[in-house]
Design a protein around this ligand. Structure first.
Ligand code: GLY
Length: 376
């Protein structure tokens, strides 16, 4: 088992991230131990109930002590948060109760925000079941929901008591979801430096085959890196902002697409990372070889790296049309990191090198997006 300890100052708190193929079979035992006699309420991604392995472990959707969460960015909203609050309070929770999030990023963010706010704060265990949640969103205590004004605009920092990660759960993940999670893995490799970045390329076959042992190592390395960043800057007053590489571009694309399932968060981050690399390259901020290595890595894993290739299904966005008018500027303006002076962008300068540029004019970023689409 890989164990990573996270120590955070604000809440004078520490917790373990436990990573092991097969550990999910012991989830009840681990959670009961963590609850120390408190009542346990599990918030479970509704889609997991169609998978026999989860049914076996969790029971039916109506089992006592379980609440179903409807996944999807469109339902990571105040309406579902409010429904879950009432349902959770209806189960007779007290300050000693423990919430357990079993699911992907949406379930983890919603359950985390419930834990942060119900009865002014309950303990939380994160059991992420998607790659994106296992390498990123379950670690570091960011919780929250989207608002009509933009993504993740209502939320709180609330660190878990424990994170339990089983890479074998990824074997049941739809291909598209798995791939979307790889975008955060590549992003982490770009930020962490040559050692992790080269490991990703070296282990590309095992990762793509979802070999649980290979994935356990990759997840360990990504969580280790994220834990270091969170321990240095829990509240994102400085270096934690680097984790937003590709996210400002990505959030704008996701917002324009309309949270209807046509574009997944990770897919938008993959294209956003490519856009950030090109933005940096145009300023002479990154050497051509490093920029090419990042583009090659995105392509090697089969991630979308162009705006025109982003999106699928009946709601596939028409980017040419969406980029006309002021919608693009509005979508960029809804980013949490927008200030009076402009946007804050993470600019890759090399593998393991980055710079945070504040006050980048929104019009300049919009122009980069429009030029990139025109050049594709
Ligand atoms: N996902 C970015 C962060 O946790 O800061």
């Amino acid at each position: 088992m890989h164990v990573i300890r996270v120590v955070v100052k604000h809440q004078d708190h520490s917790y373990d991230i436990n990573i092991k193929p097969g550990i999910f079979k012991k989830w009840r035992e681990l959670v009961v131990e963590c609850a120390r006699g408190g009542k346990i309420l599990s918030l479970v991604d509704r889609n997991l109930m169609d998978i026999p392995a989860f049914q076996e472990e969790c029971g039916s959707a109506h089992s006592p002590g379980l609440l179903m969460v409807t996944p999807g960015e469109a339902r990571k909203n105040l309406a579902q948060y409010s429904e879950l609050c009432e349902a959770a309070l209806g189960q007779g929770l007290d300050r000693n109760s423990l919430l357990v999030a079993v699911g992907g990023g949406v379930t983890g963010d919603l359950a985390g925000f419930l834990a942060a706010t119900l009865l002014r704060g309950l303990r939380l265990v994160q059991i992420p079941t998607t790659l994106l949640a296992q390498v990123d969103s379950s670690v570091g205590g960011k919780t929250g929901v989207n608002s009509a004004a933009g993504k993740n605009l209502v939320g709180a920092f609330h660190q878990p008591e424990q994170v339990i990660i089983d890479p074998t759960l990824l074997l049941t993940l739809p291909d598209r979801e798995f791939l979307a999670g790889l975008a955060e893995v590549v992003k982490t490799g770009v930020l962490a430096g040559p050692e992790l970045f080269n490991q990703l390329r070296h282990n590309q076959d095992g990762i793509s085959r979802r070999d649980p042992e290979v994935l356990a190592q990759v997840i360990r390395d990504c969580c280790h890196f994220k834990a270091e960043v969170v321990m240095a800057d829990e509240r994102e007053t400085g270096k934690r902002a680097m984790l937003n590489l590709g996210h400002t571009f990505g959030h704008a694309l996701e917002t324009l697409a309309g949270f209807n399932g046509s574009v997944l968060h990770g897919e938008a981050v993959a294209v956003g990372t490519r856009l950030a690399v090109d933005f940096s390259r145009q300023q002479g901020g990154i050497a051509p070889e490093a920029a090419q290595a990042i583009r090659d890595c995105l392509q090697a894993f089969g991630l979308p790296d162009r705006i025109s290739r982003l999106g699928t299904g009946p709601f596939k966005p028409d980017w040419q049309e969406l980029f006309q008018g002021k919608g693009l500027e509005e979508a960029l303006g809804h980013d949490k990191k927008v200030g009076r002076q402009g946007l804050t962008l993470v600019i890759p300068k090399g593998i393991g090198e980055w710079e945070i540029q504040a006050g980048v004019a929104l019009a300049r970023v919009a122009e980069h997006l429009r030029n990139s689409l025109a050049a594709e």
